[in-house]
Design a protein around this ligand. Sequence first.
Ligand code: ADP
Ligand code: MG
Length: 219
Amino acid sequence: MIESRGLRCAYPGSDPFSLPDVDVAQGGTLLLRGPSGSGKSTWLALAAGLLTPSAGEIVVAGQSVGALGGAARDAWRARHIGFLPQRLHLSEALTVADNLALAFYAAGLPVDQAALARTLDTLGLKELARRRPSQLSGGQAQRAALARAVLLRPKVILADEPTASLDDDTCANALALLRQTADTLEATLVMATHDARVCQALPHAQALVFEALSARSAA
Ligand code: ADP
Ligand code: MG
């Protein structure tokens, strides 16, 4: 379950803007649509507690994100949120397997090798575990980032433009994998996208259209 109400965001040096209210039931899929610059990534960052709103509240899986202070919020995110950023942030200094292990370190947990092996297997990464990120195709790198995001079995998966740089086949596979993974975990899935292929592939998903900021501030 995710609910946001009256959220406003103020980036340093620019005018604050408001974000639309969001409601998505536990286990549901929500697509955040709308033009570039309309606030989709900002909303995801607020939901993940990576940004703090200047007004409003967001409750994610029963937790009011704003009620958590810095370190508690980092720990909460690491344990409960599967965040798939637009730029994947895989470390080239580490193998695929060790990039996944980072999820345990971030959560302050010992590395569970069995869970790690299981996740690599489920996401078709077993043969790629010893590779570096630069030795992966775009679709494989994205699977590795998804594997890291879901390793701790989060109840919420947030994905930012997950198909933007993928060809049609890889796009279809990535979406199927995201939805399957969310189903297995009974997780809520929120995806920011301006990719028409995503809306076609998930015709039953709830969609929320973010209007351009200029249209919103004029209203
Ligand atoms: P979208 O994901 O829909 O493209 P964003 O959430 O990235 O939109 O951006 C919403 C607005 O916030 C835009 O006007 C953008 O320029 C601004 N913005 C985004 N990130 C930053 C930042 N780090 N600093 C200042 N302004 C930002
Ligand atoms: Mg964005």
